[in-house]
Write a protein that binds this ligand. Structure first.
Ligand code: TPP
Ligand code: MG
Length: 322
């Protein structure tokens, strides 16, 4: 896809989504450092173009199943910032009423089937929603986000098999950020691309630069069209490094090369690349930045001021009827 394939409004919207994810994650990083945020938090900064490029090619009624590193996917699918921030702070009025935290943000109304603490947990879920779409003739498609490490889970292999056998309208988006916790892909994948595994299933697969919004979006549009028109599943492997450690609070990142993160931020920042290639007006972008930063400020203030969930709500929302 060339930059000219998108209109000005679409370009600005793509920038807004990626910049919102970045601002959200940088702020959550700072808030976590104060000790006020409970639970485990995995940040998505650096990989924004994947979530934005994939979700930019989807319809509102399509579904995504996310990972433990799910904030970016949720924002790109249209989840509410204030509800997400309340959820992170464990407060009433959060996406899951403050009872799930970072790894359980879900919003079925917006097609967000949930972040997932189980590595590759989203893959079978996306197969399930894709199967229901196919059986009921709904016309929507499903996307499963899966990390490079999670691609080694048996459930991922099973999902590729099911999706192929049943020709499901599903797209597997593998995010190769170079590591599964502290283990590099050179070790756990022996340097092989996950896309090769799709080939073994006869599934179309492509590898794209995950810091290039346009490349991710074009690959997703092609895969989404295939899924929607009855052509079955596809896999897109996106390469993009993460800017933060595996998890907030615990990771000193001694397994990374010297200056690796600084180099990523300097040379592989999807926002910088996007702004340069889309040739958007600097003043217009600054206005978008200011609006986003203000919205994140409001979300944090709101989350801090929000009440804890009532003790009586402890056992509600445990099972969902749908
Ligand atoms: C089934 C399962 N096994 C192990 C874990 C522990 N775990 C949490 S994150 C993670 C690594 C995931 O790496 P990757 O899929 O590459 O995602 P990334 O963290 O790089 O986004 C592991 C092993 C888990 N959450 N679920
Ligand atoms: Mg990884």
């Amino acid at each position: 896809m060339t930059t000219t394939a998108l209109g000005r409004a679409e370009l600005l919207e793509a920038y807004r989504v990626m910049r919102t994810i970045r601002a959200f994650e940088e702020r959550v990083h700072a808030e976590f450092a104060t000790g006020e945020l409970p639970g485990a938090v995995h940040l998505y900064a650096g990989q924004e173009a994947v979530a934005a490029g994939v979700c930019g090619a989807l319809r509102e009624d399509d579904y995504i199943a996310s990972t433990h590193r799910g904030h970016g996917h949720a924002i790109a699918k249209g989840c509410d910032l204030a509800e997400m921030m309340r959820e992170l702070f464990g407060k009433a009025g959060g996406s899951c009423n403050g009872k799930g935290g970072s790894m359980h943000i879900a919003d079925f109304e917006r097609g967000m089937l949930g972040a997932n603490g189980v590595a590759a947990g989203g893959a079978p879920l996306a197969c399930g929603s894709a199967l229901s779409a196919k059986v009921l003739g709904r016309g929507d498609i499903s996307v499963a986000f899966v990390g490079d490490g999670a691609a080694n889970q048996g459930s991922f292999a099973e999902s590729l098999t099911l999706a192929t056998v049943w020709q499901l309208p599903v797209v597997f988006v593998v995010e190769d950020n170079g590591y599964a916790q502290a283990t590099g892909t050179r070790y756990h994948l022996r340097g092989l691309d996950v896309a090769r595994r799709a080939e073994a299933h006869g599934m179309p697969a492509t590898i794209v630069d995950g810091t290039d919004y346009f490349a991710v979006r074009a690959a997703t549009e092609e895969a989404a069209e295939r899924a929607r028109s009855g052509g079955g599943p596809s896999l897109i492997e996106c390469k993009a490094g993460r800017f933060f450690g595996h998890m907030e609070g615990f990771d000193t990142q001694g397994y990374r090369g010297e200056g690796e993160v600084e180099k990523l931020r300097a040379d592989a920042d999807c926002l910088v690349k996007f702004a340069a290639s889309a040739d958007l007006d600097a003043g217009e972008l600054a206005a978008v930045d200011a609006t986003i930063d203000a919205a994140v400020d409001v979300a944090v203030a709101d989350a801090k001021a929000a009440p804890e969930p009532e003790i009586g709500a402890l056992l509600t929302d445990v099972y969902v009827t749908y």
